[in-house]
Design a protein around this ligand. Structure first.
Ligand code: ADP
Length: 237
């Protein structure tokens, strides 16, 4: 609500976000769309408290007592950089389960780990492999499995499919769409691609220079927007 973020460099102040308000409902997919530098990543950093707000507030209603780090998980653009190359997939997932689902028994953890891999379209045998034995799309599936291991309520996908080939991109988006329903996830999809957002998201928030240009249900914006910026973004899809 009324988010304001200034970046300061000596005496220079740059306003990256100027009075933004929007809501992500439980189980909904919201797209944050805008050209590079419009403030998308700043919003996600504020949400996970990597940056501090100058004014305004971010309120969460997760309906549980778990920490923010468990309720919100992020999937980044580069699945190569996001995975520890020295850690086998099984150990990587086990680490997250130990931290976020410590109540599980050893056997339950093993079953959960296998299920996570199956859920993202991989196999339990993949637990014995290292990240460099997987393709780019498969590595993004690993990142999704790792995020799900924390049992998040909200998944923030920051340009998660931008670096992938188009066909692989479609597969990952389909997987995320399926998981949104089966895991009852809210998804904040951060993207510069109106095509991705329009297809994936139920609600769109369009950003420009740190301000919201327009927001609303996707279908409504796509069909009826009279805003020049929205129409220009749509024209490129
Ligand atoms: P987007 O994710 O839409 O590309 P960002 O949120 O990364 O946009 O950036 C918004 C604006 O804030 C940009 O002009 C960027 O240069 C500036 N900015 C982002 N992070 C910092 C920082 N740590 N220090 C100074 N300026 C920053």
């Amino acid at each position: 609500t009324h988010l304001v973020k200034d970046y300061k460099d000596g005496t220079n102040v740059y306003r990256a976000l100027n009075d933004l308000s929007f809501e992500i409902k439980k189980g909904a997919s919201v797209g944050l769309i805008g050209e590079s530098g419009s403030g998308k990543s700043t919003i996600s950093k504020l949400m996970v408290k990597l940056e501090k707000l100058d004014s305004g507030s971010i309120e969460f209603d997760f309906k549980n007592n778990k920490p923010l780090s468990s309720n919100i998980q992020m999937i980044f653009q580069d699945p190569f950089a996001a995975l520890n190359p020295a850690l086998k997939v099984g150990s990587m997932l086990e680490e997250v389960l130990n931290k976020h689902q410590s109540e599980l028994s050893k056997l339950e953890k093993e079953q959960t780990l296998n299920n996570l891999l199956i859920k993202v379209g991989l196999t339990p045998e993949d637990a014995n492999k290292y990240p460099n034995e997987f393709s780019g799309g498969q590595r993004q599936r690993l990142c999704i499995a790792r995020a799900l291991a924390a049992k998040p309520v909200l998944l923030i996908c920051d340009e998660s499919t931008s670096a992938l080939d188009l066909s692989v991109q479609a597969q990952i988006l389909n997987l995320l769409k399926e998981l949104q329903v089966t895991e009852n996830l809210s998804i904040l999809m951060i993207t510069h691609s109106m095509a991705v957002a329009a297809w994936f998201c139920q609600y769109l928030v369009l950003l420009k220079n740190g301000e919201i240009v327009e927001q609303g249900p996707s279908m409504q914006l796509i069909k009826h927007s009279t805003n020049g910026y929205t129409k220009a973004l749509l024209a490129h899809t």
